[in-house]
Design a protein around this ligand. Structure first.
Ligand code: BES
Ligand code: MN
Ligand code: ZN
Length: 499
């Protein structure tokens, strides 16, 4: 994609589709005023006649408008001018993309970027103009016999800026948005593939393919024999009922010599039946998304490699299926984890933590500056936070704050939940060092406390993405979250001189 900025007045810009906004109470945006001046009050007339609505996201397309250089004019409602900020800009851009994605467009010029008033940084404005646009052009056609692509496939995106803006910084922000969208698309594809295609071996193959595209990105795949030799008996207990071989996938991006890396660990359960503690059948198909943690970290490392950030990043993905069979792990079985700690598996459906704990122990060898695991870990997380925010639990306040900030700035938000001894005590076992489930409430927190027993020597955070990684219903599909949050976090780390 070709990204450009423009300081030209809206009426003068040559493009397939010019995008301008209108506010409630017949108030025109800067670009709409310029059009109106040149077109005999065209927009104001429409508003006054009631032919154009100005609620946030309302829109209409006009062709061959006289006295403007653009082929089409798309007018978008921006709602109340007093409350129009970066969140509203994102929503307007989502709505307008849906409006034009079936139009045959090779270029667009977005003039909404001149409008946000909440002191948002011009780079975030650029990001929130490109990202929602690219994300709403995403389609998952891999499994359809006849693919139907959107007609809109722009090669050039122009965003309006005022004369004082640092254009280099804006173009960099556009490149960041482009890389994040690419990472999200990879994550969404991996999530949307069904479990009969997206097996642990498939994930391994995909990560090898991605690594081939960048000279400083490498992949190493560990097979079950090696996983056994490493002593990852907790990980292996989850795959015990499946014929599909488990894989441990490690990808390393080197952009900063010998500096301590950031490490991301992603849950890669390619299908979670629950195992012997089997799940109810309603909506069980959605457990194909139980590898979205893996998809997120693979998408994020791709975005980072695309941007060639001056940082080291390693991702670790334990990948397997969780199925019942005559060889499956039984409730009450006790396994020894790679750390040496023993675990009583009281519920085989609490499998995510069983694969992550060994992956976290394994990851200690990389001596991470920070380590973050990402997992669709608990249904309780969806009860607590719904589908809007990712839960963050951490043993390090400084890291937790960095993650929360990255969430705010990328509009891919998170919310911190507590941890602590009282919760950890719920994991008590009469027979092993501890159990894999906590009695009582706070299921997301006790899951985090379980992982915390394996990360005592590291600055660690756990992201529960059970609510944010995919949506159900009519628009069912993988969201690509929290690739924006994590990429934002890593961009910030790459700027930080101490890394
Ligand atoms: N993959 C699920 C978590 C999940 C459930 C995500 C529903 C999204 C929607 C996880 O492996 C799981 O089954 N967790 C159990 C834990 C319980 C047995 C302690 C759960 O949340 O019910
Ligand atoms: Mn489960
Ligand atoms: Zn699971």
């Amino acid at each position: 994609m070709n990204y450009m900025t423009s300081t030209e007045p809206a009426s003068k810009i040559s493009t397939d589709c010019l995008i301008v906004g209108v506010y409630k109470n017949n108030k025109l945006s800067i670009a709409a005023q310029d059009i109106d001046k040149n077109c005999d009050g065209f927009i104001l007339k429409l508003l006054k006649n009631g032919d154009l609505l100005s609620g946030l996201g309302e829109h209409k397309i006009f062709h061959s408008v006289k006295n403007i250089s653009a082929k089409r004019l798309l007018i978008v409602g921006l709602g109340d001018s007093d409350t129009f900020g970066i969140n509203e800009l994102k929503k307007a851009n989502e709505a307008l993309t849906i409006a034009i994605r079936n139009c045959k467009l090779k270029s667009i010029a977005n003039y909404l970027t001149l409008e946000t008033k909440d002191n948002a940084d011009s780079c975030f404005i650029a990001r929130q103009s490109i990202e929602p646009f690219l994300n709403n052009l995403y389609q998952f056609n891999e499994m359809k016999s006849k693919a139907r692509n959107y007609a809109c496939s722009p090669k050039k995106i122009i965003i309006a800026v005022d004369k004082k803006t640092n254009i280099k910084k804006i173009i960099l922000a556009c490149e960041q948005a482009d890389a994040i969208s690419k990472g999200m698309n990879i994550a969404r594809d991996l999530g949307n593939f069904p479990a009969n295609i997206c097996t642990p071996s498939f994930l391994a193959k995909k990560s090898q393919e991605i690594a081939k595209s960048y000279s400083n990105l490498s992949t190493k795949i560990y097979d079950e024999n090696t996983i056994k030799k490493l002593g990852m008996r907790s990980f292996l207990s989850v795959t015990a009922g499946s014929k599909e071989p488990a894989k441990l996938i490690v990808m390393q991006y080197k952009g900063a010599g010998s500096k301590a890396p950031l490490v991301l660990v992603g849950k890669g359960v390619t299908f979670d039946t629950g195992g012997i503690s089997i799940k109810p059948s309603a909506a069980m198909d959605e457990m194909k998304y139980d590898m979205c943690g893996a998809a997120t970290v693979i998408g994020t490392i791709t975005a980072v490699a695309q941007l060639q950030l001056p940082i080291n990043l390693t991702i670790v993905v334990p990948a397997c299926e969780n199925r019942p069979s005559s060889t499956a792990t039984l409730p009450g079985d006790i396994v020894k984890s790679m750390s040496g700690q023993t675990i009583e598996i009281l519920n085989t459906d609490a499998e995510g933590r069983l694969i992550l704990c060994d992956a976290l122990t394994f990851a200690e060898r990389f001596k991470p500056k920070y380590i973050i695991d990402v997992a669709t870990l608990t249904g309780a997380c969806v009860v607590a936070l719904g589908h809007h925010r990712t839960a963050v639990m951490s043993n390090c306040d400084e890291l937790s704050k960095l993650i929360m900030n990255a969430g705010e700035n990328s509009l891919d938000r998170a919310w911190a939940m507590p941890m602590g001894d009282e919760y950890e005590a719920q994991l008590k076992s009469n027979f092993a060092d501890f159990a894999n489930i906590g009695g009582g409430g706070g299921g997301s927190i006790t899951a985090a406390c379980f992982l915390g027993k394996f990360t005592k020597n590291m600055k660690w955070a756990h992201l529960d993405i059970a609510g944010t990684a995919w949506v159900s219903g009519e628009k069912k599909g993988s969201t690509g979250r929290p690739v924006p949050l994590l990429t934002e976090f890593i961009i910030n780390q790459s700027i930080d001189k101490t890394t």
